[in-house]
Design a protein. Structure first.
Length: 312
């Protein structure tokens, strides 16, 4: 893989990417992007985030970049562990015609979790497509496997919602047990399970990927990999991980996402898009339409046709 300059494609490689896998030939869906407004007060994790992320990121900050990159639609994903933030995302989604769905947050341990989910479905008026607890930030690495959460996961499944698994290596054993407890649950592994790319943690990660990928309803997001790099680790360090994802999940269970604005600490929006397009062409030729749109539309599912009609 050609060496990539930080935050931009090598000019020769960029030319090849745009010639061979042009975004204008695809209807691209960004299956993982965020908006946040720190002034709301429920983004506690931002206190430990890079300073560049401790500011508001709203539709006005993304729309031009997304349009320039040729991305038509997106899935807006929660970034705060409150139901209030999910409702705030509904408001932003109604202002951003590209948003096709929202992955929200609900208190999975609440006695009335079913009613809470139903209220979000009602308030979202068709926008809520999935739920995501911030499991990576919960002190107990086995939290996802707790039997007391069975009712909540049954509700997610019964309502036809997807489950986004925001986990790192410590939570993967619990995710495996959750998959065993809810084998019919539609689950997507965010950011490929956050492998320790910067420290060369390939072997322990791939052993888990090999096991988890055997669950046929588990999908995986091709997202968040560049932000796992530290200087002086170069962008080409992600290639073995991407190759492994295609080997284990195939082109029908991988879903591209930008992870904007977290992405901005390491790369521009178009940079990651074109890196991902090139790697997809390399390891699954001809599958860009699946990885960059169809898989997300099918998994969540998303009513893209209605969005097109509404904004013609």
């Amino acid at each position: 893989m050609a060496r990539l300059a930080r935050g931009r494609l090598d000019p020769e490689w960029q030319s090849h990417a745009m010639t061979n896998v042009p975004t204008h030939a695809l209807t691209v869906v960004d299956a993982h992007q965020h908006y946040w407004q720190p002034a709301r007060g429920d983004y506690a994790w931002l206190a430990q985030a890079p300073m560049a992320l401790r500011q508001a990121f709203l539709p006005v900050d993304l729309c031009a970049q997304r349009e320039a990159a040729g991305v038509k639609f997106s899935v807006l994903v929660q970034a705060a562990p409150t139901e209030e933030e999910t409702r705030y995302l509904f408001e932003l989604a109604r202002l951003d015609p590209a948003v096709a769905g929202v992955v929200g947050w609900v208190d999975l341990e609440a006695p009335d979790v079913g009613a809470r989910i139903d209220a979000l479905i009602r308030d979202g008026d068709g926008l809520l497509c999935g739920l995501r607890p911030m499991a990576q930030d919960i002190a107990d690495p086995d939290w996802l496997a707790k039997p007391s959460l069975d009712r909540a996961f049954d509700c997610i499944q019964d309502r036809g919602l997807a489950f986004d698994a925001l986990v790192g290596m410590p939570q993967l054993p619990a995710l495996r047990r959750r998959l065993q407890r809810n084998p019919q649950l539609s689950v997507v592994l965010d950011h490929a399970g956050k492998p320790a790319i910067a420290s060369g943690g390939f072997d322990p990660w791939i052993r888990w990927i090999d096991e988890l990928a055997q669950h046929p309803r588990l999908h995986c997001k091709l997202s968040g990999l560049l932000t796992l790099l530290d200087e002086p680790v170069h962008d080409d360090a992600i290639e073995p991980y991407v190759a492994a994802l295609f080997t284990h999940f195939g082109s029908k269970r991988l879903i591209w996402g930008s992870d904007w604005p977290a992405l901005t600490t390491h790369a521009a929006f178009y940079h990651w898009l074109h890196v991902a397009l090139m790697l997809t062409e390399r390891y699954a030729p001809g599958s860009q339409a699946d990885v960059f749109a169809a898989n997300a539309v099918r998994f969540y599912p998303l009513d893209i046709d209605s969005l097109v009609r509404d904004h013609m």
